[in-house]
Design a binder for this molecule. Structure first.
Ligand SMILES: [Ca+2]
Ligand SMILES: [Ca+2]
Ligand SMILES: [Ca+2]
Ligand SMILES: [Ca+2]
Length: 306
């Protein structure tokens, strides 16, 4: 008894083929004229295929719905005779049926770590265009071109793009230099598009934070302060508050007030509050001045005259 033709069958079925779809027909010949039954003996672990034991028809199962995955299935089909002709024992023959799966583009690319990108995305201000920001990655469960993705950024045609993305690697870089004091974050929409003829698109929306550099000096609210003090003003009297502001962030914007070293002994400034006070009895002096100093040593000054 032999299975024909030449014990090997090749066929294709669409990934989304419905229940009961006919996949292949195997046929065994038995010169003795015995009855034959067919069964699938290997390659059908997930049970997607059923065979008609009398006719050799292989179909997709009816319930639950077939779920085809991967590029192909290799089924071993065995034909067994009923030994009606009275041999020593029943004879079998096995054929291999290769079922190729034609992929359907039924999965869109997914940014599985989109939430992490949201938490990580940042870049320091004042860096040159082309500075690395983040690398994104999307997965697509389809096969071949249907599962291959290219990356892009959505932006309004009118707007100058602030970032660029490499279509193959998903690496996002800056497209220009940023000033945190002008704009602190940029919202972008990253896309992943598969290569299918009718492509599907996945997106990840995130905001890229611009991190601070200490690139602003503190500035006094007024360029010049004037205050007239009586010569007999008591030591300890705070009489004028100088206030400065720094556009940077955090420690880069923390201000410490101090007097320039050459200023007279009788005036001092509170380093935290900016209040100027009398430190020693005032004698025959003329004019003093106050300055601020920041972490970056930049100086601004104001003067106090009596
Ligand atoms: Ca796809
Ligand atoms: Ca698919
Ligand atoms: Ca800054
Ligand atoms: Ca600063």
């Amino acid at each position: 008894m032999t299975l024909n033709p030449s014990c090997r069958y090749r066929t294709f079925v669409s990934e989304d083929a419905g229940p009961n779809t006919l996949v292949a027909t195997v046929l065994a010949k038995d010169p003795d004229g015995d009855g034959i039954t067919y069964s699938i003996t290997a390659g059908n672990e997930e049970g997607n295929f059923v065979i008609d034991s009398q006719k050799g028809l292989i179909r997709l199962r009816s319930t639950p719905l077939p779920k085809l995955q991967g590029l192909e299935y290799i089924l071993n089909v065995t034909a067994t005779d009923d030994n009606a002709s009275g041999g020593p024992h029943p004879l079998t023959s096995t054929a291999r049926v290769v079922v190729g799966v034609d992929d359907v583009n039924n999965n869109k690319p997914i940014f599985e770590q989109c939430q992490q990108y949201r938490e990580q995305a940042s870049v320091l201000e004042n860096q040159p265009a082309g500075t690395f920001v983040l690398q994104v990655h999307a997965v697509d469960a389809d096969e071949g071109a249907n599962g291959k993705v290219k990356y892009g950024l959505m932006h309004r045609d009118s707007a100058m793009p602030a970032f660029r993305i490499h279509p193959d690697t998903g690496v996002i870089v800056t497209a220009r230099r940023f000033d945190r004091e002008r704009q602190r974050e940029y919202s972008i929409t990253v896309t992943a598009t598969d290569w299918a003829e009718e492509p599907l698109i996945g997106i990840c929306q995130l905001a890229i934070q611009i991190l601070d550099q200490n690139d602003n000096s503190p500035k006094f609210e007024n360029l010049r302060y004037e205050y007239f003090l009586r010569e007999d003003t008591l030591v300890g009297t705070s009489f004028l508050r100088v206030a400065a502001h720094d556009d940077d962030f955090g420690t880069n914007a923390a201000i410490t007030y101090s007097m320039s070293v050459e200023q007279p002994e009788y005036l001092r400034v509170n380093p935290v509050t900016g209040w100027v006070y009398v430190n020693q009895p005032i004698s025959q002096v003329t004019c003093g001045s106050v300055s601020t100093k920041l972490m970056n040593k930049s100086l601004q000054s104001a003067s106090v005259c009596d």
